[in-house]
Design a protein around this ligand. Sequence first.
Ligand SMILES: Cc1ncc(COP(=O)(O)O)c(C=O)c1O
Length: 395
Amino acid sequence: MARDFAALASPGIRGLASYDPGHDIVALRHRAGEHGLLELGGNESAWGPSLLALAALRSELDTLELYPDPRGGVLKHALAEAFGVGTDRLLLGNGTHELLMQVAQVFAGPQRPVLVSRYCFAVYPLAAQAANARLDVVEALPKEHPAQPRGHDVEAMIAALRPEHGLVMLANPNNPTGTWLSTAQLERLLSAAGPDTLVVLDEAYGEFLNQPGCESALGLLRKYPNLLVTRTFSKLHGLAALRVGVLVADPGIVTVMERVRESFNVNSPGLAAAAAALKDTAHIATVLHETAGNREALAIELRERGGFVHPSQTNFLLVDFGTPEAVATIDRGLLARDVVVRPMRGYGLPSCLRITVGKVEQNARLLMALDAVLAESGLHLCAAAGTGSVKGTGP
Ligand SMILES: Cc1ncc(COP(=O)(O)O)c(C=O)c1O
């Protein structure tokens, strides 16, 4: 009989389900027809990396036999300049996923629970469980909320805060909802958190947030020593494959987290490309401008087809198609046409799909495929009313 090795794992790991990456992208790529696979499921950048980043990466290929710089010095200096902070406030990670797991490993545990909102990024519950920490989930705003449907309810989070909470983890803007919080809301939360509660503000999509009264939390670091901000090179900078993330916090927090960092956790091509990407302000401006424009145009099209599109300040849209059955039909139909989006069942949103904003021609292909699926299935969407039914048979 096969041995139950899981029984030997720590209690948290025993109860853990590993991260669900969604569709098998590699298998789908192999299967795709002549137009190739349109990948709109991972919130990656349709614009790809900066040419400066690619040149920097190539220059590292001659020295692959050498370990990377364990201090990440070049990237840290570039980040310190870009963020206006000292290098002693920076901790580099193999993507922010690694940093989020590490922060829970260090600061959460059986007596130090983690507070999150419903519909938070999937890694937070994973990180809490792996650290044997209890997860306290605060109900999100309702779908009917006029400004931030299913967004984080900051007042409810403040009410749920307890001195024993080791961590509060939230993303601004949030994945998967795309919703966002103002600086004033964040400050209310930060002021309410006790001195022993660390607040992790995940700004994976922070650069896309362009609303009055919404600044990066990087500017709050000096005022709130218990604030940790994370940023990634996987989204705006189009370097998801290289796995580079950064955590910015009080030097004391960085020092203690350094103790569990694997010494060569960020590879040389990643370090070099990320440092160069920060300097390519023209590429950054193009990606931000085109993403915002294409996102709003795509949102209009999806609303016209009956989808409930959550407002978004990110590079993706969360779309409620009314019912899990409608989502299954659309997802299946899109896949048959080599278009990948992300079903949200794992996030407790079974009537939703998350769709990455692409270039104009990619969004047009998505909409054409969607129209074909709707016509073929007879699906009639009226997600604002919470229905997605086949004509004549539904409510
Ligand atoms: C909110 C949020 N945080 C962190 C990450 C992880 O990013 P990275 O590629 O840096 O691990 C993602 C990726 O989708 C995300 O959506």
